[in-house]
Design a protein around this ligand. Structure first.
Ligand code: NAP
Length: 334
């Protein structure tokens, strides 16, 4: 089969298509014929060597949709030929956390979805939400799951919340905006790009602020949110996170799932004096995944930035690297 492989580190240009052996489903596993996959920033980080425990060569990709091609022994209740999406988080039961022993993720350290076929445990295979196209179904697994857990399971969003979403152009953050609007909350979003802010307005963002042209963007956030957001969802890290803590309203929840911009210095005062709840989160449990799928089965639609052919994998990853995208970048496998 054809697969997008990484054999050496050095950035997105190191991604290339190779012919490798077809995977065979072992006991309890399902082999999926992938039609569409999608990028996450972790794929780019991996090409740069900015990810723990990298093992090469490897087929990248955590997100994928397709049809069931073959079943291993002991697999029941899944029909060959049915349309499915894959939960990329392997071995997470509802009683454990992501960091627990025995967990794994498709696309590193396991071979992933940027290939014509992938094998996964049967419990990671879910019926594809009917309203979604192939491109849309490929876009939802990892980013939709992370956003769902951040907004609902950890953030406990309510309709009276004023939600700050930083770097709204990101794959996960577009889902956060989608879910926050679905919950009926008011949203204040930031981005480094006016064009992305316009896209966010079209999605229903209530207040949009350019964080690149306005050094004091956090002060604009405060005045636009009646004294500060009650819920913050951030993956930028760095100075952005420090400003989020400064601007959050007393009693707010600050949910963090990433740190694209690196580390920062945090003033303890900004947390304890305001009784902030600072909440870490990573991907999600099977219950989170089912909750996320239910929202898309009921009619929500993810945001697709562009669709690339498999042979354009390096170009697609480059677009993510320089943060030009708004929403998810999809890879057409078949
Ligand atoms: N813990 C988890 O389970 C989990 C799951 C998914 C992602 N993550 C992490 O969350 C972060 C976002 O992931 P993603 O897949 O949504 O990424 P993405 O699609 O590449 O989005 C990143 C966005 O972050 C903003 N940004 C802020 N600071 C940036 C910087 N220094 N360089 C580039 N972009 C910056 C940009 O928004 P604007 O252009 O609008 O300003 C950019 O579009 C990554 O750090 C990723 O590793 C963690």
């Amino acid at each position: 089969m054809k697969a997008v492989r990484l054999t050496e580190l050095g950035g997105p240009d190191k991604l290339h298509v190779e012919t490798v052996a077809d995977p065979q489903p072992g006991p309890g596993q399902v082999c999926i014929k992938i039609t569409r996959a999608a990028f996450n920033r972790r794929d780019v980080f991996i090409t740069q060597g900015l990810y723990p425990a990298i093992e090469l060569p490897r087929t990248l990709g955590s997100d994928g949709t397709g049809t069931v091609a073959a079943l291993g022994t002991d697999v029941r209740d899944i029909a060959v030929g049915s349309a499915v999406v894959i939960d990329p988080q392997i071995g997470w039961s509802d009683r454990t956390f992501h960091a627990s022993k025995g967990m794994s993720i498709l696309g590193m350290p396991l071979d992933g979805t940027f290939a014509e076929y992938v094998t996964v445990p049967a419990e990671n295979v879910y019926a594809r939400p009917l309203p979604l196209s192939d491109d849309e179904a490929a876009a939802i697994p990892l980013a939709g799951l992370t956003a769902y857990r951040a907004v609902f399971t950890r953030g406990h969003i309510v309709k009276d919340d004023i939600v700050l979403i930083t770097g709204v152009g990101g794959g996960v953050q577009t889902f956060v905006l989608l879910f926050a609007k679905h919950a009926g909350a008011r949203t204040v979003v930031t981005s480094s790009s006016d064009a992305k802010l316009e896209r966010a307005r079209q999605m229903g963002a209530d207040v949009t602020i350019n964080s690149k042209t306005s050094a004091a963007w956090h002060k604009e956030v405060r005045s636009a949110s009646d004294g500060g957001p009650t819920l913050v969802v951030d993956s930028s890290g760095g100075e952005t996170l420090a400003k989020c803590l400064e601007v959050a309203r007393p009693g707010a929840r600050v949910v963090i799932y990433g740190g694209t911009g690196g580390d920062t210095t945090i003033r303890p005062y900004s947390i304890f004096w305001k009784h902030l709840d600072v909440l870490g989160t990573s991907m999600g449990s099977p219950t989170d995944f089912r909750g996320m799928l239910a929202l898309f089965a009921a009619g929500l639609r993810p945001v697709i930035d562009r669709v690339y052919r498999m042979e354009q994998c390096a170009e697609a990853a480059q677009r993510l690297l320089i943060a030009e995208q708004f929403g998810k970048i999809v890879l057409a496998i078949a």
